[in-house]
Structure formats: structure tokens, C-alpha cells
Design a protein around this ligand. Structure first.
Ligand code: GTP
Ligand code: MG
Length: 207
């Protein structure tokens, strides 16, 4: 995919702040620190468009990034970070839920899980939920540089089984550090644009 432009539009707390042009949106969810912001940056070929931090729980708002003036990537706040108060966790949950249930132009919700570990119960709850709403065709297994290639299939199998994924849904190993799995991720996203007949220009990036 040729990225001609990408920019942050808004860090939103409430639906009134969401962009109102209703361009197609692809959202990224996953537990805190799994690598959502890093993956988003890697997909867009940007160093630090989305904020990455070693402190979990950094992304607390819903961040909308416009790509090529045609669609949005949406960075959702991470769940499951133990060190925040219960009240704060609940408020994040509400922020995510409000977004996911109210967004008519939402085309896909990509769940990110760490390739090294079996998905957590929170991951499973989140995946069941996004599946219920008709999403979840793409799961990204992050930080693939942390295990050897020879172990990918074994880890992917654990992820598929824990999440009870359908056969036609994909797990894509991605390393934002090594820029691995980026073109595979774009292939899946492009397929989605085509299948959903969205007005998005598919132009190949020069090799
Ligand atoms: P929250 O915003 O807190 O929900 O986190 P996040 O899911 O956006 O994670 P983020 O992208 O901020 O990355 C968390 C940490 O993991 C950072 O220290 C990153 O440098 C690291 N990280 C992210 N992706 C990779 C990867 O592909 N490989 C390795 N080795 N580290 C990564
Ligand atoms: Mg983040």
C-alpha cells in the first residue's frame, strides 16, 4: 500500500469528538503494552506518529489517524493493565465499548496479542465481543522478533485455539521493530477494502 500521507486528527474522549466525515475506519485493540501504537506506526512507515512508551497504559484516549485522506486507523486504549485503579479501568472499558458499538463506519477491529504468550482471558473476552459484532478477521501477533521463526506455527496455533478463531480468520506475525509482517498486514487490510467495496485507492508502494 502506498502511504501518501498520515496524520493524527484527534485524541478523543467522547463520541462528540470523533471525526464526522465517516470515512472507513480500522481499529486496533489489545492489552496495554502489546504494541498497538508501534504496529500502527510501522504500518504507516512513521517513527512516532502514535505515541509509544515503555510505561504501559500510555494511550488513554481514542486516537484517530487519517491515511491518504481516505480512511482512518484508530488506536484504542489498551486494557488489562493491572496498575491502574478499578475505576479507571472501568472508564477505559466504557470508552472502548462506546466506540465499538456506535461506529457505523467501522470496517474491522484488529486484535493484537503478544506472539510469545497464550492470549489472556481479557483477550478472549475482547475477541468474542468483536466477533459478535462481525469483526475479528485479522489478528496480529506482535513482537515476533522475540521468538525464532521456527516457533511461529506453534505459537499461532495456541493463539487460534485460545481465541477459538474461525478458519477464514488470520493470525499475522508482526514485528514493528524489524518491520516484519507489514506487507502481509496490508494485504489483509487491502482485501477488506476490496471485499467491502470501499472507496479507497489501492496503490502499491514502490518496491
Ligand atoms: P498502550 O498504549 O499502553 O496500550 O501500549 P501499546 O499497545 O500501544 O504498545 P506500544 O506500541 O506503546 O509498545 C509497548 C512496548 O513494546 C514499547 O516498549 C515498544 O518499544 C515495545 N514493542 C512494540 N512492538 C515491538 C516489537 O515488534 N518488538 C519488540 N521487541 N518490542 C516491541
Ligand atoms: Mg499505545
Amino acid at each position: 500500500m502506498k502511504i501518501k500521507s498520515s496524520d493524527i486528527v484527534i485524541s478523543a474522549m467522547s463520541p462528540s469528538q470523533y471525526p464526522d466525515d465517516l470515512l472507513p475506519e480500522i481499529a486496533f485493540v489489545g492489552r496495554s503494552n502489546v504494541g498497538k501504537s508501534s504496529t500502527l506506526n510501522a504500518l504507516l512507515g512513521r517513527k512516532s506518529l502514535a505515541r509509544v512508551s515503555s510505561t504501559p497504559g500510555k494511550t488513554r484516549t481514542i486516537n484517530f489517524f487519517i491515511v491518504n485522506d481516505e480512511f482512518y486507523f484508530v488506536d484504542l486504549p489498551g486494557y488489562g493493565y493491572a496498575k491502574v485503579s478499578k475505576k479507571e479501568r472501568e472508564s477505559w472499558g466504557k470508552v472502548i465499548e462506546t466506540y465499538l458499538t456506535s461506529r457505523k463506519n467501522l470496517q474491522e477491529v484488529i486484535l493484537l496479542v503478544d506472539i510469545r504468550h497464550e492470549p489472556t482471558n481479557d483477550d478472549k473476552i475482547m475477541y468474542d465481543w468483536i466477533k459478535h459484532y462481525g469483526y475479528g478477521k485479522i489478528v496480529i501477533a506482535t513482537k515476533s522478533d522475540k521468538i525464532s521463526r521456527g516457533k511461529y506455527q506453534k505459537h499461532i496455533k495456541i493463539i487460534r485455539e485460545k481465541l477459538e478463531m474461525d478458519k477464514d480468520s488470520k493470525v499475522i506475525p508482526v514485528s514493528s521493530l524489524k518491520r516484519e509482517g507489514i506487507s502481509e498486514s496490508w494485504d489483509s487490510i487491502k482485501r477488506l477494502f476490496i471485499e467491502n467495496k470501499l472507496p479507497v485507492t489501492i496503490e502499491e508502494a514502490p518496491k
